[in-house]
Design a protein around this ligand. Sequence first.
Ligand code: CTP
Length: 431
Amino acid sequence: MKPPHILLIVGGGIAAYKACELIRLIRKAGMSVRCVLTDGGAQFITPMTLAALSENEVFTTLWDLKNETEMGHIQLSREADLIVVCPATADLLAKMAAGISDSLATTVLLATDTPVLAVPAMNVRMWQHAATQRNVARLRADGITVVDPDDGAMACGEYGPGRLPEPVAIMERIEAALSLPSRVRGGQVQRAEPGLASADAMSLPPRPSATPPASGRGEALRGKRILVTAGPTHEPIDPVRYIANRSSGRQGFAIAEAAAAMGAEVQLIAGPVHLATPPGVTRIDVETAREMAAAVNAALPADIAILVAAVADWRTADAAEQKIKKTGGALPVLQLAENPDILAGLARDARRPALLVGFAAETENVIAHAQAKLARKGCDWIVANDVSGDVMGGSENAVHIVTADGVESWSNLPKDQVARKLMEKIADAVR
Ligand code: CTP
């Protein structure tokens, strides 16, 4: 069987140098690779480097008569089993989302029906900008796999999401997209990271070496895309103070972990918490309710959404730009504004997940309040818990599952058991 062939489009950004290591890994995995280098990419690495590493001609322009007759832009994409855009700049993502074809790279991307894996890298503010998030959501809805960037210190001196993932992690995505067992991690088969469309969704033919399906619990949610929110949100008052709540994020993280262990692709949108990312889960960190709402919107579509986050109902109407000082006179007055209700918004959205689960933190009349919330928010289930004790921040939880059909009450259980039981109930419901 012919080894897979990758078309690697290298965009302009400091992360372009990591494309060199990626080529080495692609070849080490027994695949062939051909590169298209954009004008921006050529500001960071040379065609010569890519040609030497890929041992293939590098294509840089649409307007090359010799290339167009011998290996036209259509042929470039047709011969590939997968097109990888790495690094995918904000500009490339925007052009892909808008269907602009003003260069060899964008023309190849518009002219292809080959699966595309885009690996963004850019400044944190560019990544978080509403326009980029809108473009990413558009591309995902169009069936393009857009990998979430890593968090960390960036070449521009800022910190946050926007870094290109390490080449080994990108290689795993490539192998998963081709439905191949991973060779990059000591030959062990790795499950596809969440956020990546399955090979089926990408209409790739099954390969003889494809990972054999796991059995039992690990399979129950395979192929399902699950969105989980967790933790509190912080609403700034000034640069040093914020409005918060006592949520630790533990229940939401346990649910994300249980869902991933059952084979789902899980996107976890987390408020500010000190918890490690569960294995196999794609995590998007946010601070405020409005950022959480934008991240949820960008993460759609999803088959199932479980909104566990304790979202702050209010934010300050105008966060002060400088630290508010004591004046010795009148006390400062905090003007509040209402935050968007993410759960209710999702229930009304045209892309509403087939199963929408909310949580309710109540200190009295738990079930009655939860039933009212179910109706008010338009979700399918409410998982209600009594937070009058030390549930928030604690390790156990007694919950009631409130649905249109009635109420199911569970005894007090550790949060990871609540998570597993809930995910099993969800798997049964969507089967
Ligand atoms: N929720 C949300 N967006 C908000 C507030 C809450 O998505 N702005 C979600 C929570 O993630 C949870 C559910 O709505 O799944 C219920 O949250 P809760 O705080 O109990 O409800 P509230 O709407 O805040 O209602 P109230 O404060 O009146 O109890």
